[in-house]
Design a protein around this ligand. Sequence first.
Ligand SMILES: *Cc1c(COP(=O)(O)O)cnc(C)c1O
Length: 395
Amino acid sequence: MSDFIKTRAAFHLPRGVTYLDGNSLGPMPVAARDRVARMMAAEWSEMLIGGWNRAGWYAQPRTVGDRVARLIGAGPGEVVMGDTLSIKVFQALSAALALRPDRRVILSDSGNFPSDLYVAQGLARAMGATLRVVAPEEVEAALDDSVAVMMLTEVDYRTGRLHDMAALTARAHAAGALAIWDLAHSAGAVDVDLTGADADFAVGCTYKYLNGGPGAPAFIWTHPRHADDAQPILQGWMGHAAPFAFDPEYRPAPGIERMRVGTPPVIAMTALEAALDVWEGVSLSDLRARSIELTQAFIAGVEAECPGLVLNSPRDPARRGSQVGFCHPQGFAVMQALIAAGVVGDFRAPDVLRFGFAPLYNDLEDVNRAVSILARILRDGSWDHDDYHRKAAVT
Ligand SMILES: *Cc1c(COP(=O)(O)O)cnc(C)c1O
């Protein structure tokens, strides 16, 4: 069994705070502070440009990618880090579209995160394709022989609804389409198995359940069958076969390295390395079991003690990721009051209170505290205060 008491101790969790927003930004691994400080003191300051070779900065997108690979059911040499998730969506989608030149439809669903849809809209315009967006439950029926690429986020950021990755990928392949999976709310939250699902491309970020820190680099995976054929439109020098030949003509690097673009964020990657240390020895099936235990307990508690809230997530844990949403007509103010009382979740328009459960550091005590404080705020009406209705730039 994975030791979740030990992993909880690996994080700095502010006193008095029950943190249920690790699906937006994971907490700081205690070791990250020293790791980054050491990198600054021993590498950047002393080695200067020599750090690219001597400290392994140049290889870091690959070496860190290998560590992420284990958490998403991918093999070594199949994942590379860099850029932001939106950029990795662009790369995967452009490469997939180019692999299906006779088809021009990108199929996605309305549960996808807006940034993924925005990227697809821009790319569709540039590549003469069309984006077709259907309801999540209609994806399967919408897979016809015009679809080049099915691009889905496995876990819906708003509802926590979990797509059946293996079944939908098989359906996409049967229709002659490729499957791209966005793992933003899956990596570190559910037991992802890209190889088992036979997906074509996958992308994700590392600042949510992987706890890499704000702005931590994204990852991209290409199935080995495509790795030497995929031609991303973003052709940067770090994805060149010989970056230091400074050849004016682009030639893609073999395999996944062609998905690199420019200079990687070494400081951020160093913090991520410390975050990935916490995952050593954690079994993904234990993680999934623990996640289900936490979300089930939270749903049961809220439904028993908070009559005004309506579940906005699948009730069947097999169809749910590691987050739970509840609707309340004044959800924004209720969430602000909850945060002020030390329980941090977040709000997603129009009316969803969202709670992420991260098995590495959340436990049943967090669940119980969140339920009882939420019940109190709803009972005494303290959420309906001017202060809690004011919106900041980031909700
Ligand atoms: C969080 C998230 C993003 C954010 O993209 P960034 O480029 O990292 O800001 C994109 N897509 C999905 C599905 C997400 O959940």
